[in-house]
Design a protein around this ligand. Structure first.
Ligand SMILES: [Mn+2]
Length: 507
């Protein structure tokens, strides 16, 4: 969906979730300004049981004069109800009947959920503000300094002070947006109330420590999710603690934060493991977080479903305790070059040709230019040389190679680059911070070299430290393939079950 698609409506109500946070307020405010500039009749509202009282949010609204209204009875009869940072008819947003609904959100879509036709949902993005920033940019709409600062603060708070950022688009906004530094500094200094500081203290006193695997579990009373991040950051500094899980039971589910300072546990992967089938979780190698939905807990856990509202908190602890135990006991750890893999059940496969993209930076940049290539997998620093080639893989990952190597392994294809990616890589020129979209410069190619592997499906979860990344493991679930390059058993890695059949054929 494009924002201009919504310009056929005249009377628009923007609604964010109940108990709005800075992300909900920031993106709603930016949308409000966009529609106002287009001479639309527009309101920005929220509802629920509580009015906004958190000091940083009140200060943000007052300082930037954000026209957000608290509405409980009726929103009138607008032509369009636009929900932002939430999805229509979900538990965290008060229901209002509407003729037509549109949605902009960055949360996961629940299985079986019916979405309105007008919607823009990008679940991997750190904040809804980032999505709105990107949509405004595509409309050529210049945000003023207040709007930019509100958008920036939304990303800042939704990613635990930018520490849980993982998507390249979030990084783009962080690099490109102008914001009022002193305002953000001021807001940062009023992030916690005295009450919340006490909640953190009580959580620390109630710590449950598991010495055999060096992890800690802490429960905090209902509080702002930022507090969970603060508690877990603090507790990870304890010398005997490698991994820390902090959670809080709220009306509509369980919010949690995960931290790790050991290479054997990736926080993002553990967060995804804890919330698998019952919510969503992710983040970074060392910091991550997630949310477990109450409705899904009811579906999967009898004890939780049968407890009253008060006992629910008590019912959550054993569920999380068991998940942590299973996480540690269910998975094999494989170190390339050290762990011996049994050949039993392994079969030989040949890699099928893959159509992918590439760019030759010297075609559009001067030799010697220092560049940063941004992709789904992070940033890559390079200097442009005559024979530098940047490959673009099928999921938008990039890696550098040399023209001579490229010519041996790939055949150029005619026609325009046409891979549809969630984020097409970009190049930033370091000296001028100019950003270059790669799509117009990209070409297509197909791999010609055949490579052979030995592979078998995993029966049990496994973490593989490859010989290329000694500090970061690949995680395999049962059904995924464990494989190594024929002739080099040390070059071991994991291939996901969803791409295996399309990428390899048995020999
Ligand atoms: Mn958000």
């Amino acid at each position: 969906m494009k924002l201009s698609d919504l310009l056929s409506f005249n009377n628009i109500v923007i609604q964010c979730h109940d108990n709005p946070d800075a992300d909900a307020i920031g993106c709603g405010y930016a949308l409000y300004n966009y529609f106002s500039s287009k001479k639309k009749k527009v309101r920005f509202i929220y509802s629920g049981k509580n009015k906004i009282t958190k000091s940083n949010l009140v200060y943000l609204i007052d300082t930037l004069e954000i026209p957000i209204e608290f509405v409980t009875d009726s929103i009138g009869d607008p032509d369009l109800l636009l929900t932002c940072d939430c999805q229509y008819e979900e538990g965290n947003v008060t229901y209002f009947p509407a003729k037509c609904v549109a949605t902009i959100d960055h949360h996961q879509v629940a299985k079986g959920k019916k979405l309105p036709e007008l919607c823009e949902i990008r679940s991997g993005i750190g904040s809804c503000c980032t999505i709105v920033w990107d949509m405004l940019k595509k409309e050529g709409f210049q945000t003023d300094s207040n709007t930019s600062s509100a958008l920036y603060y939304g990303l800042f708070t939704d990613t635990n002070a930018l520490s849980e950022i993982s998507h390249p688009l979030d990084r783009d906004m962080m690099d490109e947006i102008y914001f009022d530094k002193s305002l953000i500094r001021r807001l940062n200094g009023m992030n916690i109330t005295l009450e919340e500081a006490k909640i953190a203290g009580i959580a620390l006193l109630g710590v449950e420590f598991h010495p055999e695997n060096r992890y800690a579990i802490l429960e905090a009373q209902p509080c702002d999710p930022n507090i969970l991040g603060l508690i877990s950051d603090f507790f990870l500094a304890v010398d005997t603690v490698d991994v820390c899980l902090v959670y809080s039971v709220l009306d509509y589910g369980v919010k949690f934060s995960v931290r790790s300072d050991t290479p054997e546990v990736r926080a993002d992967e553990l967060a995804a493991y804890i919330s698998k089938n019952i919510g969503s979780g992710g983040g970074h190698m060392d910091k991550a977080g997630g949310f477990i939905q109450s409705a899904l807990l009811e579906q999967f856990y009898k004890n939780y479903a049968q407890s009253g509202e008060r006992e629910r908190v008590a019912a959550v602890t054993p569920i999380l305790r068991e998940k942590m135990q299973n996480y540690y006991s269910n998975s094999d750890i494989i170190y390339a070059g050290k762990t011996k893999i049994s050949n039993r059940g392994m079969k030989e496969y040949e890699k099928l040709p893959v159509v992918q993209g590439y760019v030759i930076p010297s075609e559009f940049l001067e030799l010697g230019t220092h560049i940063l290539v941004r992709s789904m997998e992070g940033d890559l620093n390079l200097m442009v040389e005559e024979d530098t080639v940047v490959m673009i893989g099928i999921i938008g990952e990039v890696w550098p190679t040399k023209l001579s190597v490229f010519k041996k392994g790939y055949k150029k294809l005619k026609g325009k680059y046409n891979l549809k990616l969630e984020y097409t890589p970009t190049i930033r020129v370091i000296s001028s911070s100019e950003t270059i979209e790669l799509e117009p410069y990209a070409h297509m190619c197909v791999s010609t070299a055949t490579s052979h592997i030995m592979a078998k499906p995993l029966k049990k979860e496994a973490k593989v430290f490859t010989k290329w990344h000694k500090n970061e493991y690949l995680k395999g679930d049962p059904g995924d393939y464990i494989a190594y390059k024929l002739g080099d058993p040390d070059d071991i890695y994991i291939i996901g079950k969803d791409i295996f059949a399309g990428s390899y054929k048995p020999v």
